[in-house]
Design a protein around this ligand. Structure first.
Ligand code: NAP
Length: 249
């Protein structure tokens, strides 16, 4: 895989899976625009510095990707500074878990806005640049939960199922212009999102994972790098499970 001279925007890349994706894409040659919210600015700068240490260019832009004006600023800054946008990774996401009977409007709206609307806003904003270049890769991080559902995560499961529908629609709209759109559905990955699980929950979870372990951010990043590459040119509208076999069970 060689992404030399490509420019990638990775949302929510101050930490976790997004950070690992940004570093992996830089390792295979891309220059990276890293993004996160203002309160994560210091961690975001650290990600940018790691990318620069790999000999690539890195631009850190704080922006709330659920906000249209912020997304416009993010994409304009990226295009002006880097001259092009080839790859978008819609990674930013949050959870607000609650049983549906007790779920507040705010818990629903927050997750739908940050996990789904952001992918729509960022995709709409980058497409102009990709259409002009007649080349582009849009990769969105969904979740196994968007495929099989999960008690206590109706908001998150709905948002991630929405990301899959969005991906398949984009694939059909812009496929003829050399732009692919794919989603990755991670299972349970070792990050801040999963570190609250206690021993009993972990044991229970492992019973449903054929490969019998949680995944790592690197496992997801490797799949993103492949889908971003020229080698994946004939793959679009696909959902790639990176879940240790969980969705099969
Ligand atoms: P994480 O460690 O919490 O990272 C998510 C990043 O997104 C954080 O840096 C967060 O910033 C940032 N973010 C939140 N709201 C944002 C916004 N409005 N604008 C820009 N950035 C924002 O979580 P992760 O586990 O790496 O998750 C990354 C993606 O993978 C998410 O889409 C998640 O749903 C998905 N995923 C994760 C797992 C898993 O097991 N970990 C499984 C399936 C799918 P703050 O930290 O400052 O809030």
């Amino acid at each position: 895989m060689d992404l030399s001279n490509r420019v990638a925007i990775v949302t929510g890349s101050a930490r976790g899976i997004g950070r690992e994706i940004a570093i992996k894409l830089a390792e295979v040659g891309a220059n990276i625009v890293v993004n996160d919210i203002e309160t994560a600015a210091a961690a975001l700068e650290a990600t940018a510095n790691e990318i620069k240490a790999l000999g690539r260019q890195a631009l850190a832009v704080t922006a709330d990707v659920s906000n249209a004006a912020d997304v416009a600023r993010l994409v304009e800054t990226a295009a002006k500074t880097c001259g092009r946008i080839d790859i978008l990774v819609n990674n930013a996401g949050v959870t607000r878990d609650q049983l549906i009977m007790r779920m507040t409007d705010d818990e629903w709206d927050t997750v739908l806005n940050i996990d789904l609307k952001s992918a729509f806003l960022c995709t709409r904003a980058v497409l102009r640049h990709m259409l002009r270049a007649r080349w582009g890769r849009i990769i969105s991080i969904a979740s196994v939960v968007g495929i099989i559902g999960n008690a206590g995560q109706a908001n998150y499961a709905s948002a991630k199922a929405g990301v899959i529908g969005l991906t398949r629609s984009i694939a059909k709209e812009v496929g003829s212009r050399g732009i692919t759109a794919n989603a990755i559905a991670p299972g349970f990955i070792e990050t801040r999102m999963t570190e609250q699980l206690d021993e009993k929950q972990r044991e229970e979870l492992l019973k449903h994972i054929p490969l019998a372990s949680l995944g790592t951010p690197r496992d997801v990043a490797e799949a993103v790098a492949f889908l971003a590459s020229e080698e994946a040119r004939y793959i679009t509208g696909h959902v790639l499970n990176v879940d240790g076999g969980m969705a099969n069970g």
